[in-house]
Write a protein that binds this ligand. Sequence first.
Ligand SMILES: Cc1cc2nc3c(=O)[nH]c(=O)nc-3n(C[C@H](O)[C@H](O)[C@H](O)COP(=O)(O)OP(=O)(O)OC[C@H]3O[C@@H](n4cnc5c(N)ncnc54)[C@H](O)[C@@H]3O)c2cc1C
Length: 263
Amino acid sequence: MKICVLVKEVPDAAVEKRMDPNTKRLDRSGEKNLNPFDTHAIEAAMQIRESGALDVDEIVAVTMGPASAFRALHKAVSLGADRSIHLTDEALAGSDVCATGYALARVLEAESPDLVLLGQQSDDGECYTIGAVVADHLKMPSLTQVIKIDVQDAGLRCERQAEYGYDTVDVELPAVISVGDAINEPRYPSLKAIMGAKKKPLDTRSTGDVGIDAGQVGADGSQVQCGSFKAPPQKSAGTIIEDEDTNETVEKIMAWLDERKLI
Ligand SMILES: Cc1cc2nc3c(=O)[nH]c(=O)nc-3n(C[C@H](O)[C@H](O)[C@H](O)COP(=O)(O)OP(=O)(O)OC[C@H]3O[C@@H](n4cnc5c(N)ncnc54)[C@H](O)[C@@H]3O)c2cc1C
């Protein structure tokens, strides 16, 4: 069987996120990283393979993003994926959630996966929706917030984390599953795996290669338009209390909390 894992390159957590006032899109300059939530999806694919419960021939990492996004794919293969696919094309810039899901689904269609795994959210857009959009295009069942996957005869038994508790859901394959970060503890890549990542096959595809209708992607193919936005208000400077006499410091902290009715 074939597992495709969707991965995304996002601004590093330490980078302050800003909107670009000219394009009205996220300013994606600065340090970038593999979306940390996607490392759980790769780990889930690896654990299914290593358990031996299913015969996994291939784990394929797939991303849509600008030229730099190949680095996220290198990380994904260093964590265990066998090969990767990079969908990149100027025509895709400015795609909203529906357009992004449609484009990714076209790449996946060409791969005919038995299972598509995603992270629960991207660290930048945080829409939590790509899994459902992709599943709709592929006409596959969709499960979200999955924190346990067990292989059953006819498919998978999954545990979903919900606000009210847990759901246990049986799903037949092929299916699209986004995993919660509680599902596993992602492994660290070994030095050998990092060095070997560049040797694993990476296919670069354009919109034309996978039959994407250019009218359904990019800014023109997107229904969502960003209106006005403002930077969040500046935080006021905090109060610094020098600890010269601990008793006095504690009193000052208690008085500060009391004044704000926090105790
Ligand atoms: C008007 C508008 C313009 C935009 N312009 C751009 C742009 O120019 N460039 C840009 O990069 N984004 C752009 N975006 C953001 C883009 O639409 C979102 O990144 C995309 O819809 C995914 O949403 P999300 O990142 O919140 O994913 P979520 O739904 O939170 O992500 C869930 C999971 O989906 C998978 N996933 C998400 N995105 C990708 C991806 N690209 N490739 C592979 N897997 C993925 C990952 O596994 C992730 O963990 C724009 C959004 C809007 C509204």
